[in-house]
Ligand binder design. Structure first.
Ligand code: PEP
Ligand code: MN
Length: 338
């Protein structure tokens, strides 16, 4: 981090600034320029509150040289993070396909869909039990009963289960869930992130609707700072001026996230586009871009779905897509699942 001092900076104010920095274990290097004086900071600047420094009289500007995220940063952890999920792993170069309905709606619906997904080659099962809906009048999910049905579907298929948490008070209900999802709307629910940081479960952290990559990585940092290193980042589209798709799939974020972070990357073309016919091409593009996992919504009967009907694939469409995904994975030398 570099601090640019005001031209008329008073010695007393600069001394006060240095005291603040010293108290945080930061040492300083002064650079006397022809027109401007600069202080270079050496140490862990991630703990520095920039707003507090701007409040000092002598400070004109502050520039970060290093990213504020440390634990999620590939610079400090060059090797890919590999996360165990039951008897499989995510992040080791294999391709995981997380498929299943938007919401768990009934025993018949989740079991039928889970079997179809498994037969087509899915490696994990998704299904929302607690649903973050834009309208309070929309279906809110089956809650704890939904999780019980997912566990039943796992017994039936052997697929590990992925489901969303909305409130840390519900954490006990997730004790037998394999991957806990944090939805886009909760990406910056910092108390929830801290609570999940104290768990050792893998966390699928979705990018917020209008969050930058740095904000996503800072949210991952919240979980990791509490001790849980098992974080999977998920690109699920962002809100832009475009209205023809539900969101705009930010495909270039996938290889960029790989450069910036060692954490595994998941892509969710279902919520990114909202249109079932776009799921296959965007899934193929995400795999080519380096995604470690895809999260795809599949419903045994999308026309009767209680949420996100328009973006869910029928089992047949999913199976057709999986033929191409398997071919592509083979071409790229990647195995499906482990
Ligand atoms: C979901 O995966 O069910 C979901 C609600 O997604 P998002 O949080 O990305 O909108
Ligand atoms: Mn959905």
């Amino acid at each position: 981090m570099i601090i640019i001092l005001k031209k008329d900076a008073q010695a007393e104010s600069v001394r006060r600034l240095e005291d603040i920095l010293k108290s945080k274990g930061i040492s300083t290097n002064h650079i006397q320029g022809a027109n401007q004086n600069i202080i270079g900071l050496v140490g862990d600047t991630s703990i520095i509150d920039m707003d507090n420094l701007y409040a000092q009289d002598c400070v004109e500007d502050i520039r970060r040289v290093q990213e504020p995220y440390k634990k999620a940063n590939r610079k400090f952890h060059p090797d890919d993070t590999v996360i165990p999920v039951r008897d499989t792993v995510i992040g080791n170069g294999s391709l995981q396909i997380i498929a299943g309905p938007c919401s768990v709606e009934s025993e018949e619906q989740i079991i039928t869909t889970a079997i179809a997904c498994k037969n087509a080659g899915a490696t994990m099962l998704r299904g929302g039990a607690f649903k973050p809906r834009t309208s309070p009048y929309s279906f809110q999910g089956m809650g704890a009963d939904g999780i019980k049905l997912l566990i039943k579907a796992r017994e039936e298929t052997g697929l590990p289960i992925v489901t969303e948490i909305m409130n840390s008070a519900d954490l006990d209900l997730f004790a037998d869930v394999d991957v806990i999802q944090v939805g886009a709307r909760n990406m910056q629910n910092f108390e929830l992130l801290k609570a999940l940081g104290k768990s050792s479960k893998p966390i699928l952290l979705k990018r917020g609707l209008s969050s930058t990559l740095e904000e996503l990585l800072m949210s991952a940092e919240y979980i990791m700072a509490e001790g849980n290193m098992n974080v999977i980042l998920c690109e699920r589209g962002i809100r832009t001026f475009e209205t023809m798709t539900r969101n705009t799939f930010d495909l270039s974020m996938i290889p960029l996230m790989k450069e910036k972070s060692h954490l595994p990357i998941c892509a969710d073309p279902s919520h990114a586009t909202g249109i079932y016919s776009l799921i296959e091409p965007m899934s193929l593009a995400a795999v080519i871009s380096g995604a470690d996992a895809l999260e795809i919504e599949v419903h045994n009967d999308p026309k009767s779905a209680l949420s996100d009907g328009g973006q869910q694939l029928t089992p047949q469409r999913f199976a057709d897509m999986m033929v191409k995904i398997k071919d592509l994975a083979k071409y790229l030398g990647r195995t499906l699942g482990k």
